[in-house]
Design a binder for this molecule. Sequence first.
Ligand SMILES: *Cc1c(COP(=O)(O)O)cnc(C)c1O
Length: 409
Amino acid sequence: MERFEGSFTQQEPIPEAGIAAALAVLRHGRLHRYNTAGDEVAEAALLEEEFAAFTGARYCLAVASGGYAMGCALRALGVGQGVPVLTNAFTLAPVPGAIAAVGGQPVFVEVTEDLILDFADLEAKARATGSRVLLLSHMRGHVCDMDALMALCARLGVAVIEDCAHTMGAEWRGVPSGRHGLIGCYSTQTYKHMNSGEGGFCITDDAEMAARMILLSGSYMLYARHRAAPPPEVFEAIRLEVPNVSGRMDNLRAAILRPQIAMLADRRARWAALYRGMEAGLAGVPGLRLIPRPEEEAYMGSSFQFLLPDWEEPRIVAFLAGCVARGVELKWFGAGDPVAFTSRYVHWRYAGEQSCPQTDRVLRGLVDMRLPLTFSEADVAQIARIVRAEALRIGQAETVEAVAAPQVQ
Ligand SMILES: *Cc1c(COP(=O)(O)O)cnc(C)c1O
């Protein structure tokens, strides 16, 4: 019986160009973005300019994390104590955490079995709570119909902040993810699409939002050193009323990131090959539902999800145990207790008790795996064979008791 021996959490190394640039920063020692010599332009400022160009946004701010980026965007929009903020019921903990960080009240919106926002529930909850802000999480890279969403939000008077932690380099109808809403937020944490350990971006075309976010991030009166930024007069009007909530990007991480922007297109193509390999390998397994990918979407296939709809819990547990015994670590969003990165809205008690029965049903059967670029297409084919075999073995057993974990030699 075959067993997968690879690691689901091993990312690729930092490219040599990033290592060389990082060493140069370490050698001169000017790691703080405003510590520049003469007319030197900081790595962080260059990174912002290059990421703005990559997305087509007018303005870009590099920050300390994706979570910080979202909090900064919310604060720039004026979200404060008790303000309701709509967000996906299926997302990761930093998203409601960013809302809570500014004192806001997360309002969870149902997702569909395609893992995207349910527009009817969005409209109902926007009306019921009077919320004027949606923090839209493109969770696991599944993008909803952005044209329809933006039309709906315009009608509702709801501003959209996009959480693009899983969609850096992705597109909807040719428009980069993060460019539909008022502000796009990204993460450059190790498990995302560019790796600086920790880090993030905010992008926008709105001059006042950009100036507010730059001031918030901790620019003191040095904002004129930013390049992907509005002109000084936009800052002058607000510079004494925006608090400094430090969360800057430093030059070391910026140096590591700059060469990775040009690699995103190639990474997208390689991830797509892995993703399609997994999709093909799992097609047609009875009781296993794949998530459809709309044609309008160009996605970053850095992770893979499928549903075991309405499987009873012990059967899912036996399936996961069968896979892990064969080296395939899957994550399950239906577990009663949160594990590692995987928690659900019911676990975020500070948000208050909320009920999203449709999402509960989806998450009960939702299985998730990473597809790091260190996997080969042969690795993916092997993982798919194992998942397929275990899904068939456990899914078709008459009783769960009949299927013990397999013996692996
Ligand atoms: C990772 C992640 C974030 C936040 O990124 P950090 O850089 O870790 O703060 C936000 N949203 C989602 C969906 C994420 O997975």
